[in-house]
Design a binder for this molecule. Sequence first.
Ligand code: ADP
Length: 223
Amino acid sequence: MTPGVRLVVLGKQGAGKGTQCVRLSHYYAVPHISTGDMLRANVRTKTPLGLDAKARMDRGELLPDTLIMDMVRERLQERNVSARGFILDGCPRTVVQAEILAEMLAPMTLDLVVELDVPTELVLERIASRRVCTDCGHIYSTSEPPVVKWVCDVCGGNVVQRDDDTEEAVLRRLAAYEAETAPLADWYRAHDLLTTIDGVGSPDDVLARTIEAIESRRGWGRS
Ligand code: ADP
C-alpha cells in the first residue's frame, strides 16, 4: 500500500485545491480535511458554530484562528488521521494557524506544503462557473455539469452555486488570500517545506505534477 502523507495544500480561491485534495486523498489513502467543508457542514446542520460562522463566510471574511484550530485539533485527533496522515485543505490560512498546527503535530512535522499557482484572471473565471454538491462536496462547473441538472452524479445530492461565490465575496476572499495567506507561503518556504506547482492544466496533469513533487521530495523520485 502507498505510504500515507501529511500534506498542506495552499492556493488562492479557485486554484483547484478542493479538486486536487480529493484526488490526493484517494491516492495516498488519507483523509481530506477541508475547513471550508467542515464549516459548511456546520452551517447546513445549524450548529452554534455554523450559525456564528455563516455571515462572515458569506461576506468572504476569515474566521478567528482559535475557532478554526480548535475544530482542526478535534479532527486530527481522530484515529484514522493519526495512523496515516492527512491532506489539509484551506488550513492553515494565516501564519498564526501554521504555528498552532506545528505545535499540534510536534514531534511530527508536515511532509510537504504544496502551493497551487494559478493566475488571478483564471481563478475568477473558474469561480464564476463553479458549482458544488451540498452533500458530498463534489465540484462541477457550468462547462462540466452533472448529467441530471442540479443533481450530483456521485451521491444524488443537491448541486448549487456556493453562497460565497458571488463576485463581491470572491474579491474579498482573494484580497484576504493576498494579505494573510501569501505570507504563509513565505513562512513555509523559510521552513523549507514549500513547493510550488503550476496549477494550470487538466486536473489529471496537475495531480501528476503534485504527486511527482511529493515523491521526489520524499526521495522516492522515479528516476
Ligand atoms: P475558499 O478557499 O474558496 O475561500 P473555503 O471553502 O476553503 O473556500 O472556505 C470558505 C470560507 O470558510 C472562508 O472564506 C472563511 O470564511 C472560512 N474559512 C475556511 N477555512 C478557514 C481558515 N483556515 N481560517 C479562517 N477562515 C476559514
